[in-house]
Design a protein around this ligand. Structure first.
Ligand SMILES: NC(=O)c1ccc[n+]([C@@H]2O[C@H](COP(=O)([O-])OP(=O)(O)OC[C@H]3O[C@@H](n4cnc5c(N)ncnc54)[C@H](O)[C@@H]3O)[C@@H](O)[C@H]2O)c1
Length: 430
């Protein structure tokens, strides 16, 4: 078992640290946020992830997991150092690597000989080599320190399961002995291991996310066609999904993709394509189609209230970018809520997990239940596919509403049952 450092205790970092500790490694996770570090050492998890608090508690209790302030404090004894810091979208659409650079410069002088710096953050092709160069420039001995790419594929909401039962582990490294050492960290995971060069590993991550985004935008385009041609996209998705070359996942239409990964990663790949002098019109179409899909939800809302949203009270159900997470970064739900507000609507929003002050929108009040959100509203908009929204007492909610009109941007409600109860129902593509 190895000594591991994890730099950045966010969605990816906490999951990586807790899961590697669970697999038997000794893990020190460093973050710059002292309140977060203190909370984690008390076993309090700042994010909502199934099973994560149990794993952190197990790690703390066994002594195999601890959290420290700062990157340097974490790396002192480490043989493997995972970089799990943000790589947000820069002003020009490219990936902003300043967090990676800052960490590398900070830890360069503290690394022990024989250690391996592993990029788990999503980074553009060429970043592993950039890390190696920076380590050298900052005084690290690059002959004695290995560098590898090990992109992460976990999904928020199921991060622990995705890590421990990974579909695959990708290790990109120029040195095969180092690649084997990194792969061995995952011995308990029982996943196929793809060992490749760093550039291909980095591209695997971007290509995977761009492909998934494409699948979503494609299905949204089909849904829009279904509306025009009077077909039902749910039936279409069912009929398509049985084809194993297509599969059922990511065939649900909706308000467009969002979250902390797809928007920035598609943008970064587009930027990389331009920089390389390559055209990628397909991906540009996916990105443009996604924004258009967000806007279609506003058009639908307007139509449902007679064309003008000014002064209309709207109940918002869901702010998280998808169900089972508290994450609102680049959430399509937030985009739609903000645009409804800009169009003059007054909003009361309920989300079971999104942090109370995480979304600030003019004319939007956060409330603690669907019924409270519905009180006096003339339109209810379902924006996140939380399970609890599927099983509402629609008679009670209908009583609270001024008008029984629902825009179900996630297609999670039953249109037939609602219409039978006198509701006006509008979904996506059906
Ligand atoms: N969230 C996901 O679902 C997901 C999935 C796969 C890959 N990724 C990628 O993983 C990376 C991290 O994403 P995330 O969602 O975990 O981010 P996050 O924002 O949740 O967490 C990042 C953490 O890094 C810390 N940090 C920043 N600078 C630091 C420094 N100098 N030293 C120590 N800590 C520092 C921050 O305080 C924060 O706690 C990104 O590149 C992202 O694209 C994310």
């Amino acid at each position: 078992m190895s000594d591991v450092a994890v730099i950045g205790a966010g969605y990816v970092g906490i999951t990586t640290a807790a899961c590697l500790a669970h697999l038997g490694h000794s893990v020190v996770a460093g973050d710059i946020d002292s309140a977060r570090v203190d909370a984690l050492n008390r076993g309090e998890i700042p994010i909502h992830e199934d099973g994560l608090s149990e794993l952190v508690a197990e790690g703390l209790e066994s002594g195999r997991l601890r959290f420290v302030l700062g990157a340097s404090a974490a790396v002192a004894d480490a043989e493997f150092i995972f970089l799990c810091v943000p790589t947000p979208q820069g002003d020009d659409g490219s990936a902003d690597l300043s967090f990676i650079d800052a960490v590398v410069l900070e830890i360069a002088g503290s690394l022990r000989s024989g250690s391996v710096v592993i990029n788990k953050s999503t980074v553009p092709v060429g970043t592993t080599r950039r890390v190696q160069r920076l380590l050298g420039e900052a005084g690290g001995s690059i002959d004695e320190i290995g560098v590898a790419s090990n992109p992460e594929f976990l999904r928020e909401g199921t991060s622990v399961r995705d890590f421990l039962h990974a579909s695959r582990v990708v290790v990109g490294c120029d040195n095969s002995a180092t690649a084997v050492r990194v792969s061995e960290l995952y011995a308990g995971v029982h996943a196929p291991i793809v060992v490749t060069d760093p550039a291909s590993a980095e591209m695997i991550k971007y290509a995977s996310n761009a492909f998934l985004a494409t699948k979503i935008s494609f299905m949204n385009a089909i849904a829009n066609l279904c509306e025009a041609l009077d077909a039902d996209v749910s039936e279409v998705a069912l009929g398509m999904g049985y084809d194993t070359r297509i599969g059922f996942e990511f065939l649900q239409p909706g308000p467009g993709y969002g979250g902390s990964c797809f928007p920035k990663d598609t943008s970064a790949l587009m930027h990389a394509a331009h920089a390389a002098g390559a055209e990628f019109p397909l991906l540009q179409g996916v990105i443009d189609g996604n924004v258009a899909q967000h806007e279609r939800m506003i058009d639908k809302a307007k139509r449902l209230v007679g064309g003008d949203l000014r002064g209309v009270e709207v109940a918002i159900l869901g702010l998280a970018f998808k169900a089972n997470t508290d994450d609102v970064r680049d959430s399509p739900a937030v985009y739609v809520a903000r645009r409804l507000s800009e169009e003059g609507a007054t909003l009361r929003a309920y989300d079971p997990k999104a942090a109370a002050n995480s979304v600030l929108i003019d004319s939007m009040t956060r409330v603690d239940s669907v019924t409270e959100a519905a009180k006096g509203a003339s339109l209810m908009v379902v924006l996140t596919e939380w399970d609890e929204f599927r099983w509402l007492n629609f008679d009670e909610i209908g009583e609270a509403l001024e008008k029984r009109i629902v825009l179900d941007t996630r297609n999670i409600l039953d249109p037939v049952a609602l219409r039978r109860r006198g509701w006006i129902y509008e979904g996506v593509g059906r």
